[in-house]
Design a protein around this ligand. Structure first.
Ligand code: PBG
Length: 326
């Protein structure tokens, strides 16, 4: 045999679909997918979100139906976002027991609460007229500790409505501890916290701002992390664990797979990743132009996020991907 022919041939394990299936290291399952969903107050028909083709702002009714569809598809959870009719400086609707998110939580929990995990976004940006994730101090900066008081109240009304996991996404210092204390004091010891642990000040959230009708001018760089930094993700992780996070999350996903890997290696609790609105929009836009194969791209992104260490993936494709996995 001539010396230039290899005796090591990795291609053997790639030779047939059966062989590739046998040796695949990463497998996706519908149960680890979480569908984010928007519910808007005061509408009678669902409204399309232009920058997220295929995603809508739901009415309470269509949200209920979408929840049933997700449960039937075997999806593991839902992450709910409320879009209120009225926004104000302190985000009052976020703590109104009859606010749109609280009503939607009750609807969805009674419909599918025994089949999947119901989660809610715990943040003020959907509710404030300035669009920031917290309340503002007199100088216009986001007031960390005044915001914590609002988050504590939000946690209790969301838990009163029956949510299983609250998802604090505002990146205020100390948010997990304050929420844990408030939940416990209100008797909600079994309500868990999915902490947005490493959340970056990202351009990939662009379409979400349309999805929730956010009026934000400016940016979130004084509270969300700098895309240049990895180390502070580990500091946030340490902090969230010490404060009682039940699950931790990295967000966005695709541009932060290195962060996901580092957090996954260091975390003793489950690690989730959020494939955000801009990631969705990019793939949909390219696919609509015929520039990429849509389904292959979706599954490749999800597999890569899983491979990087995420055990749960929040994705707007959750139901469709669950269907493709069957
Ligand atoms: C904050 C929140 C945001 C997202 C989830 N929770 C927006 C932000 O921080 O600017 C983004 C989700 C997405 O882009 O899909 N309430």
């Amino acid at each position: 045999m001539s010396a230039e022919f290899p005796s090591v041939r990795p291609r053997r394990l790639r030779s047939t679909p059966a062989m590739r299936r046998l040796v695949a290291e990463t497998r996706l399952h519908p149960a680890e997918l979480v569908l984010p969903a928007f519910v808007r107050e005061g509408i009678t028909e669902p409204r399309p979100i232009t920058s997220m083709p295929g995603v809508v702002q739901h009415t309470r009714d269509t949200l209920r139906r979408a929840a049933v569809e997700a449960a039937e598809a075997g999806v593991g959870g839902l992450m709910l976002f409320g879009v209120p009719e009225v926004q104000d400086a302190v985000g009052s609707e976020g703590t109104n027991p009859e606010g749109i998110l609280q009503r939607a939580i009750r609807d969805v929990v009674s419909e599918v609460g025994d089949q999947l995990v119901v989660m809610s976004d715990l943040c003020l940006d959907e509710y404030t007229d300035h669009g920031h994730c917290g309340v503002l101090a007199e100088d216009g900066s986001v007031d960390n500790d005044a915001t914590l008081e609002r988050y504590a109240e939000m946690a209790v009304v969301q838990a009163d409505a029956g949510v299983h996991l609250v998802g604090p996404s505002g990146m205020m210092d100390g948010q997990v501890a304050v929420i844990r204390r408030a939940l416990d004091a209100a008797g909600h010891r079994d309500t868990g916290i999915l902490a947005y642990t490493a959340k970056y000040a990202s351009a990939f959230f662009g379409p979400f701002r349309e999805a929730v009708g956010s009026s934000l001018k400016g940016d979130r760089k004084t509270y969300q992390q700098d895309p240049a930094n990895a180390r502070e993700a580990l500091r946030e992780l340490e902090q969230d664990l010490a404060e009682g996070a039940d699950l931790v999350m990295v967000k966005p996903a695709m541009a932060y797979l290195d962060i996901l890997r580092q957090v996954a290696d260091a975390s003793p609790v489950p690690v989730s990743a959020y494939q955000v609105s801009g990631e969705y929009a990019m793939v949909e836009a390219a696919a609509a132009n015929g520039w990429i194969d849509r389904e292959r791209t979706i599954m490749e992104t999800l597999t890569s996020i899983r491979r990087a260490g995420a055990e749960q993936i929040l994705t707007y494709w959750a139901v469709e991907a669950a269907g493709l996995l069957r």
